[in-house]
Structures are given as C-alpha cells and as structure tokens.
Design a binder for this molecule. Structure first.
Ligand code: SAM
Length: 275
C-alpha cells in the first residue's frame, strides 16, 4: 500500500495557529517535505517534533517531487509544509500534489491558516465571490494584461504583494481599475496586524513613499454598478494617455473596459481634448 501525502497548513505569523491535528500528524509521518528545511526546523523544534525533513524548494519542485513520490510509493507517509500558510497557495506543492495523484497516492489536506482567507474574512469587502490572483507578474505589461482580464468581474480581487512594491502596485491598480474600495491587510496574526481600508487612489498616495514593513495582502472591490468614473476622471485618464503618445482609438477601447463609459462617448471627449 502506498503511503499518504498530507498537505499541512502552518502559521502565517502566530504560532498558536498550528492546529493540534497538524502537530500530531507532523510527529507521526515518516518524512516532512519542507519549502525551507531550516525555517521549518525552527517551527518543529518549538513543538517538540523530531521528524526527519527533506527540502522541496519552489525552484526545484519538479526535480525533488519524484524522490518524494518514491518514498510514498514505498509505503511511507509524508507531510508537505511551506514556510507559512497553506502549501500550494502561491507556494510549492501544486506539482507534488498533482504527481502524487497521478501515481495513485492518497492526498489529504490538514487545513489551517492562509493569508488570503484571513484578509478576506476580516477585510470588510464582499466575500460571496472572490478571485485570487496571487502575485502579479513583475513585468508591467503582463501585470496589466492579468488585471484587464478580471477588470469586469464583480468578485472581490485578492492579491499578494511584497511590501517594497506595494505603493507602485496600488498606483497601477488605480490606473487600470479606476476608483474602487480596497483594503491593505498587513502582518496578519502578528503583533502589528493592521487593516487599512480606503479607496485605491488614497491607498496609492498613502503607500507611495511610506516604508512598508512586513507582509501584505491587497483586496480590491469587484466592479459594481456605481464604479462608473466621473467625467473628470475620464478626462484625466484620456489626457494622460494622449500625452504619453497613445492613439485615441486604442485608448478609448482600453478605457471603455474599466471606466463604465462607452467607447463612443470616450472617443468624443478625447477629440475635444485633442482640439
Ligand atoms: N502559502 C501562503 C498562504 O497560504 O497564504 C502564502 C505564501 S506567499 C509565498 C507569501 C505571501 O503571502 C506574502 O508575500 C503576503 O502577500 C502573504 N502573507 C503571508 N503571510 C502574511 C501575513 N501574516 N500577513 C499578510 N500577508 C501575508
């Protein structure tokens, strides 16, 4: 009989969030596959867990997965953990889980913390429907393409971001999505936990220069009936696009997707600005 692969969530800050079931399981398995074994060893030591570890770093998940699958096939139970939160959520795990399933290995989740769930649950934006984007691509054109894809959704958008890029990302989100409510959820479950709830442009201004410490999740309200841009906002966006050399036709097509204005109306306003 092959062993079982347990996908175990670990704390995103507060060690009290490691569940009794997770502790019991981590003690019982033959091997723990960890994103970073040194980081995980600190957690294991705190809970008196002496189980052997093997590394499953994000950059080599494919290569390492096969030796973990062999271990499972030989009958050993293996637990998968990452540095924080739920494995396979913007973390290693997706490939290992898929390969384990292909190999006929049973995969069992041991649920627990995930930063995006914590942010959504207390953020105050609608949670009935949400769209998780993870980290935006570093390349600006790719990031914009990803946001364009979801600009029409009424679901709340959820993003992970590094504190260094927060200000820049909020500025772009405002440019690409227009005026919307948003939340920056920082240092969840930790001493300096903070929720800042405002509009995208206000948040972009706030984080443009301020040094941001710790980890952040960004929530952006989905498209609502009243997210139609004001005429001033439309004029400003058109003016900016024209000044940066964009063609009016493509500019209006692009703005129509996120401003709530028809491309015909935008084109007419654009012509008056050109004059
Ligand atoms: N697997 C993790 C999960 O379940 O949330 C996510 C791992 S991903 C590599 C790390 C990102 O998650 C951070 O850059 C940040 O966006 C978010 N994150 C993790 N811990 C957080 C915390 N305590 N507060 C706010 N965001 C956090």
């Amino acid at each position: 009989m092959p062993g079982t692969l347990f996908v175990v969530a670990t704390p995103i800050g507060n060690l009290g969030d490691l569940s009794p079931r997770a502790i019991e399981l981590l003690k019982a398995v033959a091997l723990i596959a960890a994103e970073d074994t040194r980081h995980t060893r600190t957690l294991l030591d705190k809970f008196g867990i002496a189980t052997a570890t093997t590394s499953l770093p994000a950059f080599a998940e494919g290569e390492r997965a096969s030796s973990i699958i062999s271990k499972l096939e030989s009958g050993s139970d293996v637990a998968l953990v990452t540095d924080a939160g739920t494995p396979a959520i913007s973390d290693p795990g997706e490939k290992l889980v898929a390969e384990a399933i292909t190999a006929g290995v049973k995969v069992v989740p041991i649920p627990g913390p995930a930063a995006f769930v914590a942010a959504l649950s207390a953020g105050g934006l609608p949670t009935t429907r949400f769209h998780f984007l993870g980290f935006l691509p570093r390349q600006q054109s790719e990031a914009k393409a990803m946001i364009d894809e979801v600009a029409q959704l009424s679901a709340t958008l959820v993003l992970y971001e590094s504190p260094r890029r927060l200000g820049e990302t909020l500025k772009h989100l405002h440019q690409w999505l227009g005026p919307r409510r948003a939340v920056v959820a920082r240092e969840l479950t930790k001493l300096h936990e903070e929720f800042v709830r405002d509009t995208l442009d206000q948040l972009a201004t706030r984080y443009a220069t301020a040094e941001v410490l710790g980890e952040v999740v960004v929530l952006v309200e989905g498209r609502t009936g009243d997210t139609r841009w004001s005429e001033d906002e439309v004029k400003r966006a058109l003016q900016k696009g024209l000044e940066s050399g964009e063609r009016l036709k493509s500019l209006t097509t692009d703005l129509a997707k996120r401003s709530g204005w028809s491309s015909g109306d935008l084109y007419r306003i654009g012509l008056t600005l050109k004059d």
